[in-house]
Design a protein around this ligand. Structure first.
Ligand SMILES: Cc1cc2nc3c(=O)[nH]c(=O)nc-3n(C[C@H](O)[C@H](O)[C@H](O)COP(=O)(O)OP(=O)(O)OC[C@H]3O[C@@H](n4cnc5c(N)ncnc54)[C@H](O)[C@@H]3O)c2cc1C
Ligand code: SF4
Length: 329
C-alpha cells in the first residue's frame, strides 16, 4: 500500500473543499471497498477525507410518506430499520443479500453506491484494463467474463456494477442528494451510474469531490410487497450473477403498476422499462411475465462465457413476478 494522508473535515463544505484541492484524493466511508482496492494498488489516493461523521447516519420519515437515508447510515442499521422493512422490503432484502454482518456494520449507504466493479482484471494491476488504466484494453472480452455484463456493453468494457442496494433503489425511483464544488444537486438513481461507452473509467456522473449526502426514496404504496431475488454461486459472500428488484400492483388480475430493475447484467443497475411498459394494463399471468422478460433481454449481447445469464435473467424475472402475484413474495 502506498503512503497517504488521512484527515477529517469540520463539515460537508470543508470536506468538499479539501478534495477540490486534492485531485488524487478520495472520500472514505466505511472503507470496506476503498481500503481493499488500496491494498491491491488499484486505488492510490494520496489523501483520504473521512466522511462518516459529516452527514446524517439516520433514516427519517418524510411528510409525503417517503424516507430520507443519511449517507453515513450503516448498511446493517438501514436494513433493519422498521420503516425500510415495512415500506420497502426490497431495500432491506437487497442489503441483507450483500457482504456479511461485520461488513454491513461498517459499510455506509453512500459508499455502497460507489463501490467499484468486481471484474477480476480490474483488481489485478498486472493486466490491461480500460477502467483502471484508460487506453490499455479490456482483458475480459477475450478472457474470463462469466460474471460480466450482457446489456449495454461497449467494446471498451463489459464490467458489471456490484451493488445490490443500488438495484433496489433504481427500481424505487430513489434520488441521490450531493454536495460538490459547484453546489448541491439531486440526481435520480437511474442516472447516477453510467454505461461504459468509450469512458469506462467513469462509473458515475459524479464530479471529483462531489459528496453524496443523502438518498431519498419516494412513497410507493405497493412497495410494501416488493422483493429482491439474487442468484449467485454461493448462498453468502457472493455477488449477483443476476438479481431482480421488483414491486407489482395487481388489481382484479390486472397489472395496474410495476417497477423492475435488474442487477448483475450491466455496468449500471438496469431499469427494466421495456418490461414494465409491456406489463402495465395487462393480465398478471406467467406468459405475460415471460414475454416482458424476453423483450427486456432482446438486445442482450452475451459472450460465450456469460451467455447463460440471458435465460437466467429471463427466468429470475419471471419467477420473481410470479412470487409477488402469488402472494409468496
Ligand atoms: C467480501 C465482500 C463481499 C461483499 N459482497 C457484496 C455483495 O454481495 N453485494 C454488495 O452490494 N456489496 C458487497 N460488498 C461490498 C460492500 O457492500 C461495499 O464494500 C460497501 O457497501 C462500501 O461501503 P463503504 O462505506 O465501506 O465504502 P468505502 O469503501 O469507504 O468507499 C467506496 C467508494 O465510495 C466513495 N465514497 C464513500 N462515501 C462517499 C460519499 N458519501 N460520497 C461520495 N463518495 C463516497 C469512496 O471514495 C470510494 O470510492 C462486499 C464487500 C466485501 C469486502
Ligand atoms: S470489463 Fe471493464 S473492468 Fe473488466 S477488464 Fe474490461 S475494461 Fe477492465
Amino acid at each position: 500500500m502506498r503512503p497517504f494522508r488521512y484527515t477529517r473535515a469540520e463539515d460537508v463544505t470543508g470536506a468538499v473543499a479539501l478534495l477540490a484541492e486534492a485531485p488524487n484524493g478520495a472520500f472514505l466511508g466505511g472503507g470496506t471497498n476503498l481500503v481493499d482496492l488500496m491494498k491491491l494498488e488499484v486505488a492510490t489516493p494520496d489523501l483520504l477525507v473521512d466522511v462518516r461523521r459529516l452527514t446524517s447516519d439516520q433514516v427519517e420519515e418524510l411528510p409525503d410518506g417517503g424516507i430520507r437515508i443519511g449517507a453515513a447510515t450503516p448498511n446493517s442499521e438501514l436494513a433493519a430499520h422498521p420503516l425500510v422493512r415495512s415500506r420497502y422490503p426490497v431495500l432491506s432484502q437487497a442489503l441483507l443479500s450483500g457482504a456479511s454482518g461485520q461488513l454491513r456494520n461498517l459499510a455506509t449507504a453512500g459508499g455502497n453506491l460507489l463501490q467499484r466493479t468486481r471484474c477480476v482484471y480490474f483488481q489485478d494491476v498486472t493486466t490491461p484494463c480500460n477502467k483502471r488504466e484508460p487506453g490499455t484494453g479490456c482483458s475480459a472480452i477475450g478472457g474470463y467474463n462469466r460474471e460480466l455484463a450482457i446489456l449495454g456493453t461497449s467494446p471498451e468494457c463489459i464490467a458489471t456494477h456490484p451493488s445490490d442496494f443500488a438495484v433496489a433503489l433504481v427500481a424505487l425511483d430513489a434520488v441521490v442528494h450531493t454536495q460538490g464544488p459547484e453546489g448541491g444537486r439531486r440526481i435520480p438513481m437511474t442516472e447516477l451510474h453510467r454505461l461504459p461507452g468509450d469512458e469506462p473509467h467513469r462509473d458515475t456522473v459524479l464530479a471529483h469531490g462531489e459528496l453524496i449526502t443523502a438518498i431519498e426514496v419516494p412513497p410507493l404504496a405497493f412497495a410494501t410487497r416488493s422483493r429482491y431475488r439474487k442468484v449467485r454461486d454461493r448462498a453468502a459472500y457472493a455477488f449477483a450473477l443476476v438479481s431482480v428488484a421488483a414491486a407489482v400492483d395487481v388489481v382484479d388480475g390486472v397489472v395496474r403498476d410495476v417497477r423492475i430493475a435488474l442487477g448483475g447484467v450491466a455496468h449500471k443497475p438496469w431499469r427494466a422499462g421495456r418490461a414494465e411498459e409491456l406489463l402495465r394494463g395487462g393480465p398478471a399471468r406467467e406468459d405475460r411475465f415471460r414475454a416482458a422478460a424476453e423483450a427486456e433481454l432482446a438486445d442482450a449481447q452475451p459472450l460465450p462465457g456469460n451467455a447463460f445469464k440471458v435465460p437466467l435473467a429471463r427466468n429470475t424475472l419471471t419467477r420473481t413476478l410470479l412470487d409477488l402475484v402469488d402472494g409468496s413474495g
